[in-house]
Ligand binder design. Structure first.
Ligand code: ACO
Length: 436
């Protein structure tokens, strides 16, 4: 963090003395005003619900330029990573800051695959859930429960514990997601196969049965891998900030990641891919493309409470670059499976076309986000709609872990403790119950 040449001066209209606030420059992107001493100097807090103008940390992992529609992991554009690298390389990049060479990749992949199995007891824990439980409810429980099984990697202040918990989480998430799916289907769990790729092994654990091998279609394997790469990190989004805040108390990494899973579940965040697919299916059921205009009128009517799911983003005010890549993958997968005329894909394209030309969306800078197409890809692959967010959580785990470990290694890190503007009652006395 580099001190900027200029300072910010905060002045008050009521004659209180003004104060100077230091400013810092990042390598790229907006400067920040350091308000850490504001309360000490003025007795005042800043007010920023939703963190619209607040940088909660310094980070060297992911950079987004929302106006340009640019996403960089450790400086590398997402388009180049999605085209030239696989998920294991991306994980290495996010965790350690550099892309591995061939030997480094092999070594890292071995270290991950070493941990793909979960403690056999986990299946008994899983049995406590109803078969129709939402997979994200199960995932929140399972990920948190890992801390009950891996006691040698729960000390967040120990770098070796952090390293081993990172590898364990990346390796075990596909196993847990697949177990949640198999449990809901009443099918036996499939053990991981370490000779398969990360994506291929996930497909195997999801779709193989003890009586039938699952032969991985390379187009689908590549699509799955791309979904993982595109969702791997996204700087200080809601779930990542949750992981950082949770981890800032010194809790163990499994508990912090479980908090991230819980946050991701919401429809305004990772749950949007499920909500988007449900929306497309609802429109399809009620008349399909012919009803698109009517649906859009509802979206634009503020009183309807209807949103175009998969559209809009807090940071991207231009196209979400991941959406472009996902649309490309969507076309490839549908072609490989002979589903070029998939009605939901056609519907999504029709909605996108209208939205991109409609003043409501254009004036608010609302564009498709990654989830607009990822649901169609996953559905074509055979992943049930309620598993979509679990797949997102699997992919985002590496980002959460990289951000958590970065925070713990930052000498400036403190327990996260926001303040508030209190608007409740002033001090008052409790009356005896007969007088209330
Ligand atoms: N459909 C219709 N209107 C929308 C949409 C949408 N999808 N998104 C935003 N708007 C409107 C808002 O109503 C608001 O209108 P107003 O200015 O007239 O009041 C304006 O656009 C700005 O929207 P905000 O909600 O203030 O934007 P914010 O940055 O807070 O929200 C969010 C971003 C939560 C992603 C929002 O766009 C949304 O709910 N989208 C749908 C859900 C979704 O797809 N989420 C996935 C995000 S990506 C991810 O997590 C991987």
């Amino acid at each position: 963090m580099k001190l900027a040449d200029n300072k910010a001066t905060l002045s008050f209209s009521d004659g209180k003395p003004s104060i100077d606030l230091p400013m810092y420059q990042g390598t790229v992107g907006p400067d920040v005003i350091d308000i850490r001493k504001l309360y000490g100097q003025t007795g005042m807090f800043t007010y920023d619900p939703g963190f619209l103008s607040t940088a909660s940390c310094q980070s060297a992992i992911t950079y987004i330029d929302g106006d340009k529609g640019e996403l960089l992991y450790r400086g590398y554009p997402i388009e180049q990573l999605a085209t030239n690298c696989d998920f294991m390389e991306t994980c290495h990049l996010l965790l350690y800051g550099n892309l591995p060479d061939a030997a480094g990749k092999e070594d890292f992949t071995k270290r991950v695959t070493n941990h793909t199995m979960v403690n056999e007891q986990m299946q008994f824990f899983l049995r406590g859930f109803r078969r129709d439980a939402h997979p994200m409810a199960i995932m929140t429980g399972l990920v948190g429960a890992l801390s009950a099984f891996y006691h040698d990697s729960t000390d967040i202040n120990n770098p070796q514990h952090r390293e081993i918990s990172a590898l364990r989480l990346i390796a075990k998430m596909p196993t847990l997601v697949a177990m949640a799916y198999k449990y809901s289907m009443g099918q036996p769990y499939m053990y991981p196969k370490n000779n398969l790729s990360y994506a291929g092994n996930f497909m195997h654990m999801m779709f193989a049965t003890p009586c039938e091998e699952y032969v991985v279609n390379p187009v689908i394997e590549r699509a799955m891998d791309r979904i993982f790469v595109l969702h791997a990190d996204h700087e200080q989004n809601a779930s990542t900030s949750t992981v950082r805040l949770c981890g800032s108390s010194g809790t163990n990494p499994f508990a912090a990641i479980a908090a991230g899973v819980a946050c991701l579940w919401g429809p305004a965040h990772g749950g949007a891919n499920e909500a988007c697919l449900n929306m497309l299916e609802d429109i399809q059921k009620t008349g399909g493309i012919a009803k698109v205009g009517e649906f859009m009128e509802q979206v634009k009517d503020k009183n309807s409470g209807v949103k175009l799911m998969g559209f809009g983003h807090r940071v991207y005010k231009n196209y979400d670059p991941r959406a472009k890549l996902m649309q490309e993958t969507c076309k490839e997968v549908l072609a490989a499976l002979g589903l070029e005329n998939d009605p939901l894909f056609k519907l999504a394209m029709a909605l996108e076309k209208i939205a991109l030309e409609d003043d409501y969306f254009v004036s608010r800078k609302l564009y498709p986000n990654v989830d607009f197409y990822s649901g169609i890809v996953q559905r074509a692959i055979g992943i049930p709609v309620n598993m979509f967010t679990g797949v997102f959580a699997l992919a985002r785990t590496v980002g959460w872990i990289a951000q958590l470990n970065e925070m713990i290694s930052d000498p400036e890190y403190k327990i996260g403790r926001p303040r508030q503007l209190f608007t409740g009652s002033v001090k008052r006395d409790v009356l005896p119950i007969s007088q209330r």
